[in-house]
Write a protein that binds this ligand. Structure first.
Ligand code: NPW
Ligand code: K
Length: 495
């Protein structure tokens, strides 16, 4: 249920189902029924006004209107375009509606609920003219809006509005979610999301292919590190985190604390001598090692007990900092490269990618949009965030975590997950440092790279939801405890 389908793949799934012998009108009846049920739950009484468009999205609206009326609800319906121009299943659905069909316009009745069945995945250009006036009127109306499939005006693949767009309280979509339900601003515009099954068999996915998955624990829970009775701290991995200079140490400490909370057995902060005292003053369970330059870091990481290293948070730019990252790339440990450790390669991204290709252990890159554009200037122009992440993972040979409110995680082999559990209060100073630390902690326990990165992003969002508004980055690592408790039981077994 967590696969994601583009608009084109969703159309292919509809068509394959219809070709397999299930009439399209049956799918539409099921879709309309799901919308009618959602409408009843949202507005238990009062008038429901259904706005129907000229295609099959409008057809779903006709079905929902009929079923609500049959259930005794007051319903009114308006249609954008002429009734005699409806085609196929939409025409069939309209023929079963016996109530009046009003011409759609910006004058809306005082309703308890508005159903937006104007445009679905068939939208292929910006909404304008009369339809745009209707969208504005719907958004200004006091009644909540239930969108059919996608809020009208939203591009189902990118999550971007194509122009005027409906702001919905809730959306009912069919068979599988579309990327635009999870990518911002689509995720905000669709309100709460309900996924309804309408008679399309799961087996059709083998034919259509998928565009990725929603990032949910089912994707990676089985790859979580397993704690056995025989576990001791040395079997749980040892993570090195590279500290910045004396005036910029907090970011690395945030990452180190998060790596420990994520389950790494040992975490060592590799600190320049000049920053040892300030780091020492703040550390307890995290250990401290003096590291004055790339030679020291190479010597430290040559010890195979170091299973992962995290570089970037607070690290700084310039040749010395870059030499540290080069040293880590040449070491055997798995790596998380974040922030400055990425920007260090802006002048020569191919140097980073060839170093990644030459090392056996995995690398996760965790850029935000700005850092991404420095490493992948051409890919940053691709229209879809999913396409940007996928292409960058393929080029770099690393697991790519393209951060944001809608973080996309992609592997070089094409696997991709869109994360959708991050609350807005996670956008705060130091939040990214904690994410890098969680990813390092999971990689250090031997979790495969895509799974570790996806799990880290999800846990980060879940921890932020535990904390709630007012969160500061220091709150995140402690909040991993209740999050981990939902994933790993007291016997160390994955739940
Ligand atoms: N049997 C099935 O397949 C099932 C489909 N299902 C449902 O169908 C939906 C997809 O239906 P769809 O493909 O007919 O497209 P839809 O979103 O209704 O819009 C296309 C219409 O709008 C028009 N148009 C487009 N853009 C426009 C614009 N900016 N401004 C103005 N007009 C514009 C375009 O006309 P055009 O002018 O381009 O000829 C066309 O008439 C899907 O989201 C789901 O809800 C479910 O019931 C399950 C079974
Ligand atoms: K719609």
């Amino acid at each position: 249920m967590h696969e994601i389908l583009s608009a084109a793949r969703m159309r292919a799934a509809d068509q394959a189902t219809i070709a397999g012998g299930i009439p399209g009108i049956e799918l539409m009846e099921a879709a309309g029924r799901a919308v009618a049920e959602a409408a009843k739950a949202m507005a238990p009484d009062g008038l429901v006004h259904v706005l129907c468009g000229p295609g099959n999205n409008g057809g779903d609206g006709f079905v929902a209107a009929r079923l609500l009326a049959e259930a005794g609800r007051p319903v009114s319906l308006s249609l954008l375009g002429a009734r005699d121009r409806l085609r196929g299943d939409a025409a069939l659905a309209a023929a079963r509606w016996t109530g009046p069909v009003h011409p759609a316009g910006p004058d809306l009745p005082a309703a308890a609920l508005l159903i937006d069945a104007l445009f679905g995945v068939g939208l292929d250009r910006p909404i304008e003219g009369l339809a745009a006036e209707i969208v504005a009127a719907v958004n200004a109306a006091p009644a909540p809006v239930l969108a059919v499939d996608v809020p009208s005006g939203l591009d189902a693949d990118s999550g971007q509005p194509t122009g005027p767009v409906i702001e919905a309280e809730a959306t009912v979509t069919f068979f599988r979610k579309k990327p635009g339900h999870l990518l911002e601003p689509g995720r905000s515009l669709r309100g709460t999301l309900e996924l309804a099954q309408i008679g399309i068999a799961d087996a059709v996915l083998a034919e259509t292919g998928i565009d990725g998955h929603e990032n949910v624990p089912a994707l990676w829970a089985r790859a979580l590190p397993r704690l056995t009775g025989a576990a001791h701290k040395y079997t749980r991995g040892h993570v090195a985190v590279v500290s910045g200079p004396a005036t910029r140490t907090g970011a690395a400490r945030l990452a180190a604390g998060a790596a420990l909370r994520a389950g790494a057995g040992l975490v060592t902060l590799a600190s320049p001598g000049s920053a040892l005292l300030v780091n020492a003053a703040h550390l307890t369970a995290v250990m401290l090692a003096r590291m004055d330059g790339p030679g020291d870091l190479s010597a430290l990481l040559a010890d195979p007990r170091y299973t992962a290293a995290v570089l970037g948070p607070g690290m700084g730019l310039g040749p010395e900092a870059r030499a540290l990252t080069e040293a880590a790339l040449a070491a055997p440990a798995a790596l998380v490269l974040d922030a400055d450790a990425l920007t260090q390669f802006a002048d020569d991204p191919d140097r980073l990618f060839s170093a990644i290709a030459a090392r056996p252990a995995p690398v996760a890159l965790t850029p935000h949009a700005g850092e991404f554009a420095r490493l992948f200037p051409d890919l940053a122009k691709l229209p879809l965030k999913t396409g940007r992440a996928r292409a960058a993972a393929e080029r770099s040979g690393a697991v790519l975590v393209l951060k944001g409110a809608d973080t996309v995680i992609a592997a070089p082999d094409g696997r991709l997950a869109i994360n959708a559990n991050a609350p807005p209060w996670l956008a705060t100073a130091g939040s990214g440092d904690v994410l890098a630390g969680i990813a390092g902690g999971l990689l250090g326990q031997g979790m495969p790279a895509l799974e570790a990165a996806a799990a880290a992003v999800w846990m980060h969002g879940a921890a932020a939801n535990e904390v709630g508004p007012g969160l500061i980055a220091e709150d995140l690592a402690p909040a991993l405890r209740p999050v981990l408790a939902t994933l790993i039981d007291r016997n160390g077994r994955r739940t």
